[in-house]
Design a protein around this ligand. Sequence first.
Ligand code: SF4
Ligand code: SF4
Length: 288
Amino acid sequence: MIISVASGKGGTGKTTVATNMALALGEKVELLDCDVEEPNAHLFLKPQITRTEKVETPIPLIDLEKCTACRKCSDICRFNAIAVVGKKVLVFPELCHSCGGCMVVCPEKAIVETGRELGTISYGHRNGIRFINGRLRVGEAMSPPLIRKVRAAADPERVTIIDAPPGTSCPVIAAMNGADFILMVTEPTPFGLHDLRLAVGAVRVLGIPCGLVVNRSDIGDQKVFAYAESEGLPILMTIPFDRRIAEIYSRGKAIVEEMPEWKERFVDLYRKIEALATSRSGASQCVK
Ligand code: SF4
Ligand code: SF4
């Protein structure tokens, strides 16, 4: 079971939901922090990190001795990451998507692979919960390859909870694609509704069952609830605005550990997800 916890908008409580569900379920789960531009799940889970490794992506390196400046490499590159200027071939590593096309078409075998550092992946654990996070190198613009590497490290024997990046662009698609269920965390405000609509649109393209958690559910207005009803999106949990919860969050603590009555609510959230992910009605959610 792979559950991707996403939100159209940042700051809705996505990481709070992902970490608390992981802590409530205990040792059968793993938490993958795929919000690689700003990973913060470790602040709440507090895992013991046992290993950190660098992650690279392949980019072309030109052997100018062999190159005949035929331009076949620059013609095939859809990302303008390689250009032939006179007799020279210039590579722009930041634009390269590592597709390998230029290497395949080079008639002189003048292109070999070298690596560009994307960031790091750290591995750890807490109370039997497996934890992995990706951290994008400062200045690196392309996060999807690193997100895919974090996901590739998942253990299929465990329930995988993914803390996805916010938004609706390529990074969040990389964190949601192939999941069994997408849990969208939103808040009942005009911004929350606006970004929820965009996120639901993206999830529907993927055709994955989904449901909502409404955080700070007693502030704002009722439009998110009306939208969920009109779209047939199940609301699986509401978290009221509570000063104690805000204080726990601000101290970097977990709700289920500071307010034990919440543990069963997060376990119940998982049970609902499990039922929807495997039922026919659940499979029809977000597939309009
Ligand atoms: S395809 Fe190969 S030979 Fe042609 S310009 Fe590119 S690197 Fe040089
Ligand atoms: S590997 Fe792909 S993206 Fe990168 S330079 Fe070659 S053709 Fe362009």
